[in-house]
Design a protein around this ligand. Sequence first.
Ligand code: ARG
Length: 575
Amino acid sequence: MNIQQLLSAPIQQAMITAGADQDVQALVRQSSKAQFGDYQANGIMAAAKKLGQNPREFAQQVLSHLDLGEMVDKLEIAGPGFINIFLNKDWLAKESLNAAFDDKLGINTHQNQTIVVDYSSPNVAKEMHVGHLRSTIIGDSVVRTLEFLGNTVIRANHVGDWGTQFGMLIAYLEKMQNDNASGMDLSDIEEFYRQAKAEFDSNAAFAETARQYVVKLQSGDTHCLTLWQKLVDITMNQCQATYDRLNVTLTQADTMGESLYNPMLQGIVDDLKNQGLAVEDNGATVVFLDEFKNKEGEPMGVIIQKNDGGFLYTTTDIAAATYRCHTLKANKAYVFTDARQSQHMQQAWLITRKGKFIPDEFELKHFTFGMMLGKDGKPFKTRTGGTVKLTDLLDEAVERATALINQKNPDLSEQEKQAVIEAVAIGAVKYADLSKNRTTDYVFDWDNMLSFEGNTAPYMQYAYTRIRSIFAKAQIDPATLDGQIMLSDDKERALAVKLLQFEEVLLTVSEDGLPHLLCQYLFELAGIFSSFYEACPILTTQEPTKTSRLLLAKLTANTLQKGLDLLGIKTVEKM
Ligand code: ARG
């Protein structure tokens, strides 16, 4: 159920009948105030201006061609030429009843596109740190939403698994295996990286082997490839443990590391050269882009092959975009990284388009995000200034949630308590991130995110349990409810309207990669439910009002649960 769309199409049609162009936009939006109705059409003014007509007169003509049937009560011309739309109560009641009995909550789940989503994307032999957290959880909630809407999502974990540093890493792995044939501790993969680097810097013979190994690895030497694979596996196993813990849907099968694109790179460089787009410059191969200027104000050169023959991060991303379009046959591709990679992505994709590696209609979207800051407003670090490891962060979340739940609800059984702690701890960390507009930096604050008040995971999870407890108390299974929805009270009506706007918010999340809008929606829904519940008693009311209100409560609980699930956040029945 997409009210916005149901209104837009006929209004646009009426505008065309009234003389506007075929591509005219009705611009139907949710109204900001009840006095402006439920929705507003804001496209009248622009269309009238284009036709050289008085907007209010044009609006009048549009209305004379418009029949929205049972859906609306009243249409009103307001201000300089807006159309205010007041939805009909019985229509809202009928639609919310349908949603209450539908396991998809009345949402159209037939989008049927194939979308590649590149997210998380950590680097081999480096443990995941908080910097990868945002990409992982924002990307995962967009993936879940796209899938719920009926799309096929190809998760692409663009792992950094290739490059010159692998000569050093595999040489060091070999050395460790020789020195210590029995057990080898690679649990601290970062420490391993540091040791390899130290060896490389201090031992000339080792450094020489490392350099030879890069060449061997690149030419497909099996010994080197086996060692390399081992490093990839160790890293990805560690990442998988974190994904599982975070309730993130990535699996090892989704790994599409940089190495995957190796076989394409030389061809891409040659092709760009043949097209005259890439040129030799000091031995390297460079694409000069007029769209970007260097410090001297000249077209910026982007290197795609170094003078030693090595390829770059940009070259790989040109290949990845091409692969996603032609080999994976996707309709579009999304990439989630922090904002510092904006220029890189723009350049890689501009070259991809200039080289005609993908058709114009293949959509590429880069969704960037700001940094996670400490309470001091500086990048989030440990007390001693190191990067915070994700595992340590999650351990702390569990510790804090344990204290909180022990204090809030000591009566839960041990098993219930563990489930609540887990849901709250992981949920709080994820929700704190997801609820902020991703484009800005945000302050990571334990006290805020674990608060039971405000737009937080515990508040949302608690709102869900409160509704569920209404059913538990009355010993009613929501699945067995049978009856009608009637919207007599204003609060009932407001709740129904909000519930029927779920699809609109999911569409924005899936198209613009903005899960904070879903958090905002769920938070508002919980608030509207509270006002409804205060004004409209449920269990103490007579039938048929009682069942009607129970149905609204059921749809609210299911919407909260589904919304949280799309954010990758678990709900519990009691907390
Ligand atoms: N591995 C990269 C990093 O840690 C992120 C890769 C993002 N995806 C891409 N197609 N470039 O910064």
